[in-house]
Design a protein around this ligand. Sequence first.
Ligand SMILES: [Zn+2]
Length: 291
Amino acid sequence: MSVRSGRQTNVWSDNWCTLSPIRAFITPRAIANAGFSLDTKVADVIADDGHWLWPQAWYDLFPVLINISPVQITPDVNDRLCWKDLEGNLQGFSSWEVWNCLRNRCQRITWASSVWFSQCIPRHSFHLWLVVKNKLKTQDRMAVWEAGSETNLRLMCCPLCNYDRDSRNHLFFQCVYASEVWRKVKSLVDMDDVTDSWDSIIQWMDLNAHSRTAESIICRIVVAASTYFVWQERNSRLFNQNRRSASVLAKVIIDTVRLKIMGFRFGRCPKQQKILDRWLISKKNIDIDPG
Ligand SMILES: [Zn+2]
């Protein structure tokens, strides 16, 4: 507690001076014998001239009391609850500050804003986050757990290309099928330098995480949507025997991204016009900023 009027701070139990809580060494009996109660506030133990009002005898019984420096009382101002931050500075008490002190700290993640951004499609972003962390239950990871019988493990193969076990790097997007989907979708954005290897994609995400251009935001939506639908196709083939061709899947991705783009507010600059042309979005279907 940061003492102002001293009217809101309990002198015995609140943390307001270096010796707090004073109750730790002065018993309730001693408090009562001195004429105070357990509810006594800091203001009640300070005289107008600033000296402490507890009995002189207490200085012999509890010599540490000498160490409590005088407190400047400011009448009519409420005492304030404070929080000591990681550097030991007093801050206003807020859940943000408290969380900041308690939370685990890791190194800053460079790709974070490429996964999470305000225009993202949340379920695609959540999925992409799992991809980046390599947490999808791909066959290479399942094999390590030795799930199922030995025969089942040996039969495992990528349902998209039927070649070897699938893995994060295989599915996104080195698999022949996924690579074809990725190539078709990528033709609508400026990602020529990005190959179908996961390293290349995560490198792009690192480099472009903080770009605010419409192009870059659309690229991020494209990456997330592509991983999402390729994984959906993989599962659908594995569990439902439903198959879509690479062209059909690419169209699903492109349609999803186009729908998202149509919700954006566009200006009249030529760059944005280029985006609309590329995605075959008619001006009458979108919001154009009058400015
Ligand atoms: Zn494959």
